[in-house]
Design a protein around this ligand. Structure first.
Ligand code: SAM
Length: 264
């Protein structure tokens, strides 16, 4: 499995602290709302039936997913490296009167301070395969895991217009890494992801193409960035993305994948 090495954890914390107040704003745009809708539609199908289940939202940021989970009655542990992202989450949970359902903790997902097999469901939506070992360790046997991964093919396609050399490097080198600001994460293909998790006691249930690929539909930037939209278009786009997200022949086009698995 991939080693959990970081070049600049302080830099990552600072970057997200500075971004905290703006983070949720993007989800108010057409593009952000489509992404959130699709993320949630897929996640819903995997949540534990039992509302007493313990869920870890690792690198959960401003609680985009923790908040609806807490409203559904789950007990959630929200952890993140950025105190400012967590602070935004805390204010939202307070406003919605569900703070008592959530434990908030500042920590690095690669060094989780939980005992083995602590959670029924573990999600980490930050494209960080480096944290996988730790995330698997804290998932109960029979529990589920959901992790965002950088998809090397989708990333190469989207990079090519601006920087053909580094786009090609992603495909030429093995393993390949994507650098963005202070962060550098390993990018994988759908099949590599499947293999990596299956060698770590995870039965892969499915892998979806989830975000960063609205470019392929050629929707004008003005619409993608707009905060008001035509509901019919929203429904058409979300249905399109959901249908394609499950289609093996096109999964490689999206910049991110989300893997769902069961800890065995
Ligand atoms: C793109 S945001 C995603 C937030 C949330 N998962 C969501 O889907 O809305 C990335 C988050 O990962 C956090 N993060 C980055 N590296 C981390 C690390 N090593 N440990 C814990 N959190 C980390 C950042 O602080 C930020 O809140």
């Amino acid at each position: 499995m991939v080693e959990n090495k970081y070049s600049d954890i302080e830099g990552i914390r600072k970057k997200w602290d500075e971004h905290a107040k703006r983070y949720d704003k993007w989800y108010e745009t057409f593009e952000g709302a489509v992404e959130h809708y699709v993320d949630w539609e897929i996640l819903k199908g995997y949540l534990p039936q039992n509302r007493d289940a313990k869920i870890l939202d690792a690198a959960g940021g401003t609680g985009r997913i923790t908040l609806p989970l807490a409203k559904m009655g789950y007990s959630v542990t929200l952890c993140d490296i950025s105190p400012e992202m967590l602070n935004v989450a805390k204010q939202k949970l307070l406003r919605e009167r569900v703070l008592d359902k959530v434990e908030i903790m500042e920590c690095d997902v690669c060094k989780l301070r939980f005992a083995d097999e602590s959670f029924d469901f573990v999600l980490c939506w930050d494209g960080m395969i480096e944290a996988a070992k730790e995330l698997i360790r804290v998932t109960k046997k029979g529990g589920r895991i959901s992790i965002f991964l950088m998809n090397k093919f989708g990333a190469a396609i989207s990079k090519f217009r601006k920087d053909p050399d580094s786009a090609l490097d992603l495909l030429r080198t093995e393993p390949s890494y994507i650098s963005h600001d202070e962060e550098k994460h390993r990018a994988v293909s759908v099949e590599e992801a499947r293999r990596l998790f299956e060698t770590e006691r995870v039965r892969v249930i499915d892998i979806y193409a989830v975000c960063g690929w609205l470019d392929v539909f050629n929707i004008p930037k003005k619409i993608l960035e707009s905060r008001e939209w035509d509901e019919k278009l929203f429904k058409q786009v979300t249905e399109m993305v959901l249908r394609l997200s499950k289609e093996p022949s096109v999964k490689g086009m999206s910049r991110h994948l989300v893997l769902y698995g069961e800890r065995i």
